[in-house]
Design a protein around this ligand. Structure first.
Ligand SMILES: [Zn+2]
Length: 344
């Protein structure tokens, strides 16, 4: 896992849900769990401008670094920075790149980037939604530069991963699948958003309604993610792991819980093992109830370690007993995906 004290130095001027205590809660729970002694830590390492420019516009990277050097302020009303933010933002992206390198070399099987600031709202040209540099996109671009040709990104944060979608919008080397609450911040992420040019069909969105939970997320894997992975055959599986979809999260509206995250960890492990030589990497995005966040990260990692057993952590529920509107929306997304992925 990527962990470093310097991620604690990214601090809001006043109360803000995206706070350093999030990491302390996660690390405390992980260290106390049976996984603790088995975890290898990768420290932060500043990403270089060239590494950032694989995912971000050069002009944006220069401006962002200038702004971060000012000490403290805001990129937008949501997205603050403090004197420690420059080192944290660069260190998050670079630390994740280093850990991904170890994943590629087969030195580790599962990586979790326990980093701040988060990344999935940062677009090619802008910081937004608590995010400055897009850690998962910078890492994906690094894997592509290292020779991989197909990367699957799955985003289960309650918010749409608009930044990641934007960065790989026209890129058929990256299959981006996001499940999120809709309508909700940032407003994008509808089934008809499918990518453009050679990237058409490589962006897949499931905009779930309030109240969607574990059973419908199990269905997402069975009806959408697993059939897509079979056809795309990813060489690495990267996950935007936000825990604001937990039923106890103050910014959410979904009904996921630890069993749901364990199930997703197990199923993502199976996909990585089947197609991607076991390469599976999680990136911390949201999650603002400290207790739920910490226990859900542990559940995800335990699931990703257990694989098949964890894949059944959520019992199957007949479609007729699932959230009717959620079923409808998943059906609509599967219908769109079938246009691009025949036989699904
Ligand atoms: Zn979020």
């Amino acid at each position: 896992m990527v962990r470093d004290e310097l991620f604690l130095d990214h601090e809001a001027p006043g109360y803000h849900p995206e706070c350093p205590e999030r990491l302390s809660a996660i690390l405390g729970a992980l260290d106390a769990s049976p996984l603790g002694p088995r975890i290898r830590a990768f420290p932060a390492r500043p990403a270089t401008v060239a590494e950032l420019e694989r995912a971000h516009d050069g002009g944006y990277v220069r401006r962002a670094l200038e702004v971060l050097s000012e000490g403290s302020g805001h990129f937008d009303p949501d997205t603050y920075f403090s004197p420690g933010s420059r080192a944290a933002a660069l260190g998050a992206a670079g630390g994740c790149l280093d850990a991904a390198g170890a994943l590629l070399r087969g030195e580790v099987g599962t990586v979790f980037g326990i980093v701040r600031p988060p990344g999935h709202h940062a677009t090619r040209r802008a910081a937004m939604g608590f995010c400055i540099f897009n850690n998962i996109a910078v890492t994906t671009a690094g894997l592509l530069a290292a020779g991989l040709e197909r990367v699957l990104i799955f985003d289960f944060d309650v918010h749409h991963g608009n930044g990641t979608q934007d960065i790989f919008w026209k890129d058929p080397r990256v299959l981006f699948v996001s499940c999120h609450l809709w309508p909700h911040y940032p407003g994008s992420g509808l089934p008809m958003e499918v990518g453009e040019g050679p990237g058409r069909g490589y962006t897949i969105n499931v905009p779930f309604p309030h109240g969607t939970g574990n059973a419908e997320y199990r269905a997402v894997f069975e009806d959408l993610v697993e059939p897509l992975a079979q056809r795309f055959e990813p060489q690495a599986v990267l996950v935007s792991a936000g825990y604001d979809g937990h039923r106890d999260d103050p910014l959410g509206g979904l009904e996921l819980d630890e069993d749901g995250y364990r199930m997703m960890g197990g199923r993502l492990r199976q996909i990585a093992d089947r197609h991607a030589a076991g390469r599976l990497m999680f990136f911390l995005e949201g999650g603002y109830n400290l207790r739920a966040l910490a226990s859900s990260v542990v559940a995800t990692l335990e699931g990703a370690t257990e694989g098949a057993a964890a894949a059944e952590a959520v019992a199957p529920v007949p479609a007729s007993e699932q959230h009717p509107r959620a079923r409808e929306i998943l059906g609509a997304t599967v219908a769109v995906a079938r246009q691009f992925w025949p036989g699904m």
